[in-house]
Design a protein around this ligand. Structure first.
Ligand code: PMP
Length: 453
């Protein structure tokens, strides 16, 4: 049952908050400057705070609850599995792991028929890169500046997002390149087609200068997520696939955020019919109900390790509770046409609705996305495209915008000067419209900063 709203946070919520502030060390944060929100309950597209206030979850909790909160089939599958068998070492066979691998292989494009399970996205990226290096016998890895691949060693070094800066140990062999981004084109191109052409030219030149025989992998998010949800212009992904083939480079698609329905297809590469050699996933595979990630592996790369041991592994690889949750999640998403719903919501509600907001609000510089994967880019000045917060930083204006969203009853995902509208794939038309109305109200705050600029 939904909690009752109260004028003040409950005693339990206050205690949880105080213990958190005393003992929990939070990710990516200056610990003393935090004022985190207490979440006490969730259902479908909503979460409840410590005072029993309901907020529409347009963040999907770091973009992972694709199936919505507390889906009864997934909750039941976890409970049932907990009653049967809670843990099994990775060297043994477990029915839930086998079935999850079968379902993922069936959904994944091309011959990505084998699955190495991890506990999350960053580990999946670590292992995909290791597989590519061992398979090719090469060491360099190319990745985009506008990207996020995880917080662990290799994953953060190949990340382009400013979170790499304090972590970067100049890891040998990680090289960044510019991907296409028509709104802020690094190539000053005049059309999406030209952007594709120049971005591919740039990548091929970079391969030439780095030495094709030294490059193990190109890693990219088919649609970059945290870095700004930029759907690639036509032909770009196909072009990258061709370059990878031409130079014998492994193509790793990082589908940790874009996979499992987020973009209105099972995987973002499906929009272009591109088949990567390795594909990382996490988040939506079981909507984060139990930590799970993995790498889907092509037959060709899997064959490298047929008679040569793969040097890597994890105690919890293919954990029974996590894979039971994945089986239930994928089956429920198929039965309930969740991916189709995400596509429909993007086309019928979020796309047109956000574009209408962009017309009304001078603080909105650009709106882009698809499915339930949308970015609203906030600017101080539409003509110069000056961002409302500096690259890698925060601003009073963005802080006030987030506060206004929460006050209105909307929980957004925010990164620097962007607000991402990323509700669960199960979001209804009415809920999506409600989110747009709340956002409409909150954007007035950002508009005031633009007028004062
Ligand atoms: N890759 C991508 C594309 C991601 O979006 C993320 C997480 N936001 C990661 C990797 C890292 O995943 P995790 O936080 O589960 O380690």
């Amino acid at each position: 049952p939904a909690p009752e709203p109260t004028p003040e946070p409950s005693l339990e919520a206050r205690r949880a908050y105080e213990l958190d502030r005393a003992h929990v060390f939070h990710s990516w944060s200056a610990q003393a400057e935090l004022d985190p929100m207490v979440v006490t309950a969730a259902e479908g597209s909503y979460v409840w705070d410590g005072a029993g206030r309901r907020l529409l979850d347009f963040s999907s909790q770091l973009v992972n609850t694709n199936i919505g909160h507390q889906h009864p089939r997934v909750v039941e599958a976890i409970q049932t599995q907990a009653g049967r068998l809670c843990t099994v070492a990775p060297q043994h066979v477990n029915d839930q792991r086998s079935e999850a691998a079968r379902l993922i292989a069936e959904l994944a494009p091309g011959d990505l028929n084998r699955v190495f399970f991890t506990n999350g996205g960053a580990e999946a990226v670590e292992y995909a890169v290791r597989m590519a290096r061992l398979h090719t016998g090469r060491h360099k890895v190319l990745s985009r500046y506008r990207s996020y691949h995880g917080g662990t060693h290799t994953a953060v070094n190949i990340t382009g997002d400013p979170r790499r800066w304090p972590n970067d140990q100049g890891a040998a062999g990680t090289v960044h390149f510019f991907g296409p981004f028509p709104y802020r084109s690094p190539f000053h191109s005049a059309s999406p087609e030209e952007e594709t052409e120049r971005a591919l030219e740039h990548l091929e030149q970079l391969i030439g200068f780095e030495g094709p025989d030294a490059i193990a992998a190109i890693v990219l998010e088919p649609i970059p997520g945290t870095a700004g949800i930029m759907p690639p212009p036509p032909g770009y992904l196909t072009g990258v696939r061709e370059l990878a083939d031409r130079y014998g480079i492994v193509l790793i698609a990082d589908e940790v955020m874009s996979g499992f329905g987020r973009t209105g297809r099972w995987f973002a590469v499906d929009h272009d019919g591109v088949v990567p050699d390795l594909m990382t996933f996490a988040k939506g595979v079981n909507s984060g109900y139990v930590p799970l990630g993995g790498v889907a592996i092509s037959e060709r790369i899997a064959a490298t390790f047929a008679h040569r041991p793969f040097p890597g592994g994890l105690t919890y690889s293919g954990h029974p509770l996590a894979t039971a949750a994945a089986v239930a999640t994928i089956e429920a998403m198929r039965d309930e046409k969740t991916v189709e719903n995400a596509a429909h919501i993007g086309e019928a509600v979020l796309g047109p609705g956000l574009r209408a907001l962009a017309e009304r609000h001078p603080s909105v510089g650009d709106v882009r996305g698809l499915g339930v994967f949308w970015a609203v880019e906030l600017v101080a000045d539409r003509a110069t495209k000056e961002p409302l917060a500096p690259y890698g930083g925060t601003s009073v204006a963005m802080g006030e915008l987030v506060a206004a969203c929460k006050a209105a009853g909307l929980l957004p995902f925010v990164n620097y000067h962007r607000l991402h509208a990323v509700p669960p794939c199960t979001v209804s038309e009415a809920e999506a419209r409600e989110g747009l109305a709340l956002l409409d109200r909150a954007l007035e705050t950002a508009d005031r900063h633009v007028r004062a600029h």
